[in-house]
Structure formats: C-alpha cells, structure tokens
Write a protein that binds this ligand. Structure first.
Ligand SMILES: [Zn+2]
Length: 304
C-alpha cells in the first residue's frame, strides 16, 4: 500500500483494499486451475476434461465443493463421497496464488508489469510443486513458458538494455527498436542463466562425484532468464543454490540410525528438487526485491 501512495497515483486506501480482495479472489480461482495442472501434467492427462474428481473414489466434485480454499475448509479436508482425506496441498496452493496475486497488485499496481509477473508466478508455482512432488520439470511448461517470457520481454523489458549495449559496442548499431531489444535481452539472459547453471552442475559433479541436476533445471532457468533478466537470474541462482545446499546439509546431518532414515537421507541427497529451490528463489527475487529495495534504497539496482 505504501508504494502506491508514494508513487502519487492517489489511490484511496479503500480502493486499494477492495482491489486487493478482488486480486485475492482472482488468485485463488487461478490457483485452483494450477492444482489441476500440477496433478494432471505429470500424468499426461488433459487439463480441460474430465472435470475435477476425487483422486481416490473418482466421484465428480460438485461445483459448490470445488470453491477454492473455502470448500476444503467446510469439507474439513475430506471427500464428500468416500470420506478419505483431501491433500492440504490444494488449499495451500490456492492460498499461495491468492496472496502472491495481492502482492503483485500492491507492488506493481495495475500495469503490464503486473500481468507479466502474474503469468510468471503461475508458471513458477506449477514447476515448483511438480518438482517437489515427482522430481520432474515438464517441457510442456518450460518451453511455452520460455516463449511467453520472450513475448513479455517485448513489452516489459527484462533488464537494462544489455542487448542494446552489445549491439552498440560490437555492431555499431545505435538504436534498436524497443520490442526487439527486449526480445534479444530475453534470449541473452536465458542463455546466460543456462550456461551459469550448467557450469554449476559441472562443478557439482566434480566435487560430489554424481549428477546434481537434470536438463529440466537448465530449461527452467532459461525460462526464468527470459522473464527476469541478468540480475534477477543471477540472484535466483544464488538464492536457489543456497536454499538447496542448506536443505541438503540438513538432510545429511539427520540421524542415520534406522534404515528408513538412511533411505530418506539418500533420496534427499541424490534427488534434491533443484527446480523447487529455483522457483522459490525466483519468487523471492520478484516479490522480495522491491520490498528490500524499499527499506534499503542503497541496494536498489542490486535486488530490484
Ligand atoms: Zn473420494
């Protein structure tokens, strides 16, 4: 709220609250669709038909039991048909989408930039949760996401004219059309992110003696690069790998007394969901960066 008032657009507090509620409701409805993507894409089931049904008893879910967040609450987390528990993942993702949509409105207002970050948030939520659940980053999300990132770059440039600088420095071209510069920036930054991650992976393999990631992670960071630009991609890799190492260390420090704990530790160490950490890193950069820059203006240009 502070940012909108500061920018002098004169939006009254009440309007901000009403619009935030609208963004929240919109977010939880979109979140409900993200749940469909998250559960169906890895199983290669259509995300359009059939309608929502209980994964255990296959009873179609009635519209009034399909209301995002609230239905789970009034059903007390149990299917009306078979009485078996419904995963809290569903309301949590809807809630996360709702809150992130509100954050996007509060930070970026109602602008093209907001549309870009809302779209990006949805892609990231899908990949983050799919990777956490099944250690997979589907191409069907990565590639269209990458294309969308380039398209958005034409309207909302991802960085500060890196492509323009290269064109001027090496090709002596002084003015590139803005949309072209945006797209070229997106491509450059996607390549930058992929190479950096690929380098990190090679390093990891040398140090640890086994693969730490798959090609899905490289494609995901290319998609992130097309949206976030050089600085944002670099920060995402930084936050993501830091989170990954912390969780990895935590996992290896766990007691190895029983066979079960041992198996858990091995699974965690060999298949850390890097995509999940990258996703959390990317969201932290988009939503946390402007907040940090607001508190510490000297960090502007680094974090946002
Ligand atoms: Zn059921």
């Amino acid at each position: 709220m502070w940012q909108i008032e500061k920018s002098g657009r004169g939006v009254a507090g009440q309007t901000v609250v009403i619009t935030s509620v609208f963004f929240f409701l919109f977010g939880i409805i979109v979140g409900s669709f993200l749940n469909v993507c998250i559960t169906r894409i890895p199983e290669e089931i259509s995300i359009v038909t059939p309608g929502s049904r209980c994964p255990r008893c296959s009873t179609p879910i009635k519209p009034y039991d399909n209301v995002p967040v609230f239905a789970w609450l009034w059903l007390r987390g149990k299917c009306r048909g078979c009485g078996l528990p419904i995963s809290p993942m569903y309301p949590l993702i809807e809630l996360a989408a709702g809150l992130l949509f509100v954050a996007a409105f509060l930070e970026f207002g109602i602008t093209q930039t907001t549309v870009k970050w809302l779209f990006f948030t949805c892609l990231i939520l899908i990949l983050t949760v799919i990777d956490l659940r099944v250690r997979m980053l589907p191409d069907i999300v990565n590639w269209p996401g990458f294309a969308a990132g380039l398209m958005f770059s034409a309207f909302v440039p991802p960085d500060h004219g890196f492509a323009g600088f290269l064109a001027w420095r090496f090709l002596n071209i002084h003015v590139l059309p803005a949309f072209l510069e945006g797209i070229l920036d997106g491509i450059l930054e996607a390549a930058f992110g992929s190479f950096l991650l690929w380098g990190l992976a090679a390093l990891y393999k040398v140090v640890r003696g086994h693969e730490g990631m798959g090609m899905g992670d490289v494609k995901m960071i290319a998609m992130i690069g097309a949206f976030l630009g050089l600085r944002g991609t670099f920060l995402t890799l930084l936050v993501g790998s830091l989170l990954g190492s912390l969780v990895g260390i935590g996992a290896s420090r766990r007691g190895l007394g029983t066979e079960r704990q041992l198996r858990w530790a091995i699974a965690r160490q060999y298949q850390l969901p890097l995509g999940t950490f990258l996703g959390i890193g990317a969201l932290a950069v988009v939503y946390g960066g402007p907040v940090i820059a607001g508190y510490w203006p000297s960090l502007r240009g680094i974090v946002a």
